[in-house]
Write a protein that binds this ligand. Structure first.
Ligand code: NAI
Ligand code: 15L
Length: 265
């Protein structure tokens, strides 16, 4: 690729990709509302609010693919989520359409399906079941992806990311953990594929305990290499076994499903 755009480049996953995808495209255009520091020789920095359609349309001009990470990444107020996730993600899809439909990786989340119970394994046909306003915004992003492909042939892959951190942080993440290296490999598969249509894949490593089946997305050729199992002993020693009926244990979304409405006093 000549030029890839990464939104949310000042965030956790954005910093990871800024470093690990260096040299993959000739130019990496990076965006955030926050400061991104100095641009390297092969980088272009665009600091703008994803909620600004004119700015986003200009930013997407000339790119061959978009890795859309930018947005509110946890539960928040409706106003925050409205601007960064609903308006921001609409602006990305609409800007792609205006520039001929560049392929998009949309960072969705397990919180789009967080209210399914853990005994139920999910696959490509499972219904959305958001566990939060944040999760709802990811459902909206996935539906935007569907609409923009059906009507305008904008290709995309929505990745329902589990928990992408250097290590799992609690017992739940033994099932939901996505290693940073597997995430990087997935990004390459998504943009190397000849065709992706409008697809969804669960972003999860090769963990022993798993709630998500990715066989519907085998065509992407992504084979996660890492497993949370090497952290099990450490995690189990640090985190006592919770009661089986605790809502944070009952549902895929964990605490997001348990807590009440964010804006309640
Ligand atoms: P993060 O919170 O570290 O990074 C998000 C970035 O987006 C921040 O740098 C922030 O400044 C930027 N941003 C927010 N609103 C913006 C706006 N209106 N305009 C421009 N930039 C804006 O989040 P993280 O962990 O890097 O996640 C990246 C994406 O992946 C997010 O969309 C998140 O929802 C999704 N995701 C991440 C998971 C994880 O385990 N890290 C799990 C599931 C989904
Ligand atoms: C997410 O969607 C969040 O972006 C991340 O911060 C974690 O909370 C993750 O889900 C998770 O479920 O562990």
């Amino acid at each position: 690729m000549e030029r890839i755009l990464i939104t949310g480049a000042a965030g956790g996953l954005g910093k990871l990709l800024r470093a690990e995808l260096k040299g993959w495209a000739k130019v990496m255009r990076i965006n955030d509302i926050a400061d991104l520091g100095e641009a390297a020789a092969d980088e272009e920095i665009v600091q703008c609010d994803l909620g600004d359609l004119d700015a986003v349309t200009a930013m997407v001009d000339g790119v061959d693919g978009i890795i859309h990470l930018g947005g509110k990444s946890i539960e928040g107020t409706f106003e925050e989520i409205l601007n960064s996730n609903l308006r921001g993600t609409y602006n990305i899809f609409e800007a792609s359409r205006r520039h001929g439909g560049k392929r998009i990786m949309f960072a969705s989340s397990n919180h789009a399906i967080g209210f399914h119970v853990r005994e139920q394994s999910l696959d490509g046909t499972s219904a959305q079941r958001p566990d939060s306003i944040y999760g709802l915004s990811k459902c909206y992003g996935e539906d935007l992806a569907r609409y923009y492909f059906d009507k305008f042939a904008v290709e995309s892959v929505s990745v329902r990311i589990g928990s992408c951190f250097p290590e799992p942080r609690d017992r739940r993440m033994l099932a939901t953990w996505l290693s940073p290296a597997d995430f990087v490999r997935l990004m390459k598969c998504i943009f190397d594929a000849d065709r992706v249509g409008v697809s969804m894949i669960y972003g999860v490593s090769n963990n022993r305990e798993t709630w998500w089946d990715n066989s519907h997305a085998a065509f992407l050729g992504w084979q996660p290499q890492d497993t949370s199992e090497i952290y099990r002993e450490k995690i189990e020693a640090a985190h006592p076994k919770p009661h089986w009926d605790d809502p944070a244990v009952r549902y895929h979304g964990g605490m997001y499903a348990k807590v009440g409405h964010f804006e309640d006093p």
